[in-house]
Design a protein around this ligand. Structure first.
Ligand SMILES: *[C@@H]1O[C@H](CO)[C@@H](O)[C@H](O)[C@H]1NC(C)=O
Ligand SMILES: *[C@@H]1O[C@H](CO)[C@@H](O)[C@H](O)[C@H]1NC(C)=O
Ligand SMILES: *[C@@H]1O[C@H](CO)[C@@H](O)[C@H](O)[C@H]1NC(C)=O
Ligand SMILES: *[C@@H]1O[C@H](CO)[C@@H](O)[C@H](O)[C@H]1NC(C)=O
Length: 404
């Protein structure tokens, strides 16, 4: 037993010397690689404090790893990252500004609450309160959806649900569990996003999958806004990935004890969305198409490719949804799709650097609706090695896969 442990850890440290051993844990390998490179530590490339949703995403993955392994390196890394942006008086630096009405930075908020619960240091609660206060002034559409940003008036993007509403729910669960108004507001955010972006029919050159378009413009002013509900023209894999992760993470959060009866409507809504989307995501994969296209609406078109961040997010969300019993995987298709895709992404996007770290490939740098939202736009953006949005998602996918 001791010998096996020693052997595996050597294999882990010296992968180039030994004949391509399977790593002990892709989750630990990927997390360790991110930490060694100093990724997601609350600082930008020049060492200045930065509030970044990517860091928030990594912190969530490290928190799950800390809970799984008890290794304090993960906890300390989260704390160090947050301490780089939260001052001792609880103010938030790192470029955060409430009046820009951006949902993205709020993704770091769950880490504030986590650290407050673990340390009881007041500054983390003050920082969380500061983020929470943004919702009171944040601009909304006439239906009540938070704008994605002040500079994108009347636009709802799927990304924003993961960035803003998961924090909204985490805060409400922790500090206002009986605030029905807040739970209803969170429910409304999910509902409007879903109803305004779900694909209802096939359109010329766009395959029907019944999944969610990237976003919508309630004012119908953007060049990309469809006359119907103002939705954007394409289903972009990562936007839907954020939304899928928001579904499973929010369900897990509100299910965790003490469960409040005030969350019943939200619970039912999230379950129904998950049971609509998860089988559809599984159904568009096959042995010939083991992973997901960057632009889901145009499978196989020249220039399209299997993108690695969206796939990782789906593996995480689908596996977690089945593990926690949120979706009915009657014939096992959902888990089968997740396993097949996980195999594909580990084989195609993980590169062994031979120094104990791995690189992560195939993650598209960005996808924005500050464009024409076309196929040419999405496919024209390059992929980036070790992009944290994808690497953190791969840690999450691996945590779930390893829990299966
Ligand atoms: C804890 O995690 C860090 C970062 O991945 C790693 O370097 C260290 O070896 C781990 N410690 C133990 C005891 O496993
Ligand atoms: C809190 O601390 C920050 C950073 O040290 C400082 O810029 C800010 O003025 C302080 N705010 C208050 C209200 O004291
Ligand atoms: C409950 O949530 C609503 C909506 O976010 C907010 O306006 C209100 O201040 C909250 N009430 C309490 C008592 O915290
Ligand atoms: C559909 O795709 C073909 C080939 O790429 C293109 O020539 C045609 O204009 C497209 N039609 C629409 C409605 O986008």
């Amino acid at each position: 037993m001791r010998f096996t442990v020693l052997f595996t850890s050597l294999a882990f440290l010296l992968p180039s010397v030994l004949p391509s051993p399977a790593p002990r844990s892709f989750a630990l390998w990927a997390a360790n690689s991110a930490i060694v490179r100093g990724q997601g530590n609350g600082l930008d490339a020049s060492g200045k404090p930065l509030v970044s949703y990517e860091h928030g995403e990594l912190q969530w993955a490290l928190r799950l790893l800390f809970e799984r392994t008890g290794n304090h390196t993960f906890f300390n890394y989260i704390k160090q990252g947050v301490d780089n942006v939260v001052a001792s008086n609880g103010s938030v630096g790192g470029g955060y500004s409430a009046v820009q009405f951006q949902l993205d930075p709020l993704r770091v908020g769950p880490s504030f609450i986590y650290l407050y619960e673990k340390t009881r240091e007041k500054k983390y609660k003050q920082a969380a309160d500061l983020f929470r206060a943004q919702f009171a002034i944040h601009s909304r559409t006439a239906q009540g959806q938070f704008w994605h940003k002040l500079i994108y008036p009347n636009e709802g993007w799927l990304d924003g649900v993961y960035m803003g509403d998961v924090f909204y729910a985490t805060y409400t669960k922790a500090f206002e569990p009986n605030n029905q108004t807040a739970w209803d507001d969170i429910t409304l955010q999910f509902k409007l996003m879903f109803e305004n972006t779900i694909q209802k029919t096939a359109t010329p050159n766009h395959t029907f999958s019944g999944l969610l378009y990237h976003g919508y413009d309630f004012a119908h002013k953007q060049v990309w806004a469809d006359p119907d509900r103002g939705h954007s023209p394409e289903i972009w894999d990562r936007a839907l990935g954020w939304f899928m992760m928001a579904l499973v993470d929010t369900l897990e959060l509100i299910d965790s004890p003490p469960r409040s009866r005030k969350t019943e409507a939200l619970h039912a809504l999230l379950l129904s969305m998950l049971n609509t989307l998860a089988p559809r995501l599984a159904a568009i994969t096959s042995d010939a198409t083991p992973s997901w296209w960057l632009v889901i609406t145009q499978p196989g078109r020249a220039g399209n490719y299997f993108e690695s961040s969206g796939a990782s997010m789906y593996v995480y969300a689908l596996s977690k949804a089945v593990r926690l019993g949120y979706v009915h995987d009657r014939h096992g298709e959902i888990i089968h799709a997740a396993k097949r895709a996980y195999k594909y992404i580990t084989q195609h996007f993980v590169v062994d650097n031979g120094d104990g770290t791995m690189n992560w490939e195939g993650t598209v740098r960005v996808g924005s609706l500050d464009t024409d939202g076309s196929f040419e736009y999405y496919t024209g953006i390059p992929t980036v090695v070790n992009d944290l949005k994808g690497l953190a998602a791969f840690i999450l996918a691996s945590i779930e896969f390893e829990a299966l």
